[in-house]
Design a protein around this ligand. Structure first.
Ligand code: FEO
Length: 396
């Protein structure tokens, strides 16, 4: 439990948010943590802060190690309020004239978040800062995932403080990857990537290349959410490279909603057809699965099949919600197909297909729609559609 000494004189003084279940529209069924780091050297440094609601807990955690007034400087890797919300309270406590190091966009963005102007010191990629026996190198990571984002690398200890990158929304008593369930942590790291970072995948590949060129080694990677990576930090870097390349697995996901079970019958028949070709497939009904969990499946799926009943001449609302969300995250290299049931007008399937085309999915034709309830012949046609999708996935 925090505070926790992660290396000699380096502490995680952040907080655990056990109860959060919705993080701006992302389901956080395991809660999360807001990690913040205190480094004691000739200078005492705080890296990042926490959500405003947890300001007292952060100050209390710091106080068990050192009088907060002795902190000499703050490094802000990211402006988003889950890591900066308690900055005004912290600055008030440690001294409002103390420097706050951040990127140039960090200066702008922090100034737009807080009325009070603090002693912001802008730093650039490659700049270093000595704090005694130790020193930092900074690396701007613009748009990963905000314009202000940056990494802070502690040279002597080879520790990367990576802000949101490599994080997971996970609340637990464990501090490190070797103490936690690796499968669970990787799943939540993947969910984080799929829902927060996918849009910026090309930038992530560039960043990894840049880090390689800098010759940085990592003994530990410390994100601002969840578990810290020390057993094999390269594992999460390699996973980020894989996810960023967007070379999907031989998998499919069937995303649908239903009114009177007709679209559900179609979804399950299509999934059966896909599976018959040896392709892993998951049917996901939108009112039973959260959009962020569906997006996690989309990340590694080659085929994204969407189904909707027609409601009021349009899409069922959960489909409109999900397609808007998925479109924003810009998944690439996908096969797409559309299906649905209708009563009398039947516009939904055409609308689904239009969304898939706008996302530049390779469309598997023809789409499939049935009036009212599909009969056994209709369901066989759905299975055949699934087999065709399955063959297309298996052939890639
Ligand atoms: Fe964890 Fe972008 O904030």
């Amino acid at each position: 439990m925090k505070p926790f000494e992660i290396a000699e004189k380096i502490y995680d003084v952040g907080v655990t948010d056990w109860n959060i279940r919705d993080f701006h529209g992302y389901s956080t069924e395991l809660g999360t943590s807001y990690n913040a780091f205190l480094i004691i050297d000739e200078k005492i440094v705080l890296i990042d802060s926490v959500k405003k609601d947890f300001s007292d807990e952060l100050i209390q955690n710091i106080s068990t190690i050192v009088d907060p007034k002795k902190i000499d400087m703050v490094i802000s890797n990211h402006t988003e309020m889950d890591h900066s919300g308690s900055l005004p309270r912290i600055m008030h406590r440690i001294g409002e004239d103390k420097p706050v190091y951040c990127s140039s966009m960090g200066v702008k963005n922090l100034s737009r978040h807080f009325a009070q102007k603090f002693n912001y010191q802008s730093i650039k990629s490659g700049e270093t800062l000595s704090i005694g026996k130790r020193s930092f190198t900074f690396l701007e990571t613009k748009m990963l995932h905000w314009p202000d984002s940056m990494f802070t690398y502690l040279n002597e200890d080879k520790i990367l403080f990576s802000s949101d990158a490599f994080g997971q929304h996970y609340a637990g008593c464990e501090e490190f990857d070797d103490e936690a369930d690796e499968h669970l942590i990787m799943l939540h790291a993947k969910k984080y990537f799929a829902n927060i970072l996918l849009l910026y995948a090309p930038l992530i590949l560039n960043l990894v290349e840049k880090v390689m060129e800098m010759g940085l080694e990592f003994k530990m990677i410390c994100p601002d959410h969840g578990i810290l990576w020390r057993k094999n930090p390269n594992k999460i870097i390699e996973a980020y490279v894989k996810w960023s390349k967007q070379e999907p697995d031989k998998k499919a996901v069937v995303i649908y909603d239903t009114m009177w079970h007709s679209t559900q019958l179609m979804a399950e028949a299509i999934a059966e057809g896909i599976h018959s070709q040896g392709v892993f497939v998951k049917p996901m009904k939108l009112r039973e699965f959260h959009r962020s969990d569906i997006m996690t499946e989309v990340l590694e799926s080659r085929a994204v099949v969407v189904g909707s009943p027609t409601l009021n001449n349009g899409l069922f609302p959960t489909l409109a919600d999900f397609l808007t969300y998925m479109k924003g995250l810009r998944p690439k290299n996908k096969l797409g197909a559309a299906f649905g049931s209708y009563g009398w007008s039947g516009e939904a399937v055409g609308l689904l297909q239009k969304h898939l085309e706008e996302m530049q999915f390779e469309i598997i034709e023809p789409s499939m729609k049935f009036q009212y309830v599909p009969d056994s012949k209709g369901l066989e046609a759905c299975r055949e559609m699934g087999r065709k999708i399955g063959r297309a996935v298996a052939d890639r």
